[in-house]
Design a protein around this ligand. Structure first.
Ligand code: R5P
Length: 273
């Protein structure tokens, strides 16, 4: 692995713990103006100082993130289908590698849909993107199991999807937490980061999920809705950082969240309306 690729990966996984807290704000590419992300800039701005990387599309990067931003960018480069369709797997690469380089991205991310109608196309796209990534020094993150088929997200399926992604050359894999998650980690030879999924009933439940994922071997989180759909997103992000970087217990993180609620900005009024 050449210096450029290693440098990009190192910037996303700070030496403090070797883990990462990625902020996922790429939902609009297939969900449109998701709740609390209608005004993306207002939601993202206050959170940037507390994340190790931000995952988003080129459209939101250009319109809603200031160029002075020093946070590493994980650029989503796949898309082409929306929640208006039953089959979400019909994705293609929508942003070419030269755009990722122009935008100074630290990694590119695309979804793979293992076991779905467009499995072949999305896995082939991953292979091609990895080849481009290897020749340009750009890490590729494969995103597994996005979509409506929540029942698919068991350890057997996720281990298969993550392993296939790594075998095709993905440098990082994003997946979901599940019972038996350590089996998914054991079978995947590259770092795994964990998405949060739809907003859980309360912040403690999301902190528990993050804690379990890290305890079972995840290299970090790439979480969205459970942060910015909280009425206290900055406090939530700080509590998650304590788990990911400082090995805080769920109780310690929950107490940190409760204490930070009063001292940190609430979700922007525009997002709460
Ligand atoms: C799908 O929209 C993206 O891959 C998200 O970045 C991913 O699902 C993480 O976001 P959340 O924690 O909201 O699931």
């Amino acid at each position: 692995m050449d210096w450029g690729m290693r440098n990009r990966i190192a910037r996303m996984f700070p030496a403090r713990s070797g883990h990462t807290v990625m902020l996922a704000v790429d939902h609009g590419y297939f969900m449109g103006p998701t709740r609390h992300l209608e005004n993306a800039g207002a939601t993202i701005g206050p959170l940037l100082p507390y994340c190790d990387a931000v995952a988003l599309t080129r459209g939101i990067l250009r319109t809603s993130v200031p160029p002075s931003c020093e946070v590493p960018v994980v650029l989503r480069v796949s898309g082409g289908v929306t929640v208006l369709h039953e089959d979400l797997s019909h994705e293609a690469v929508t942003t070419p590698m030269h755009e990722a380089l122009r935008l100074n991205a630290c990694a590119v991310a695309l979804s793979v849909f293992v076991g779905s109608p467009h499995e072949h196309e999305t896995l082939s796209a991953l292979g091609a993107l990895v080849s481009e990534g290897e020749s340009t020094g750009m890490p590729v993150m494969a995103i597994t199991a996005v979509g409506k088929e929540l029942e698919k997200r068991d350890a057997r399926y996720l281990a298969l999807a993550c392993r296939v992604s790594a075998e095709l050359g993905a440098h990082l894999v994003k997946t979901y937490y599940c019972d038996g998650f350590s089996k998914v980690v054991e079978a995947c030879p590259v770092p795994l980061v964990v998405a949060g999924g739809p907003k859980l009933d309360n912040e403690e439940a999301a902190l528990k999920l993050a804690h379990a994922a890290i305890a079972e071997g995840a290299s970090g989180i790439d979480m969205g809705r459970n942060i910015w759909q909280s009425p206290h997103p900055v406090a939530m992000l700080k509590a998650l950082r304590a788990i990911v970087h400082d090995r805080a217990t769920v109780r310690e993180a929950t107490e940190l969240f409760a204490g930070e609620k009063a001292n940190t900005p609430s979700a922007p009024a525009a997002a709460l309306a």
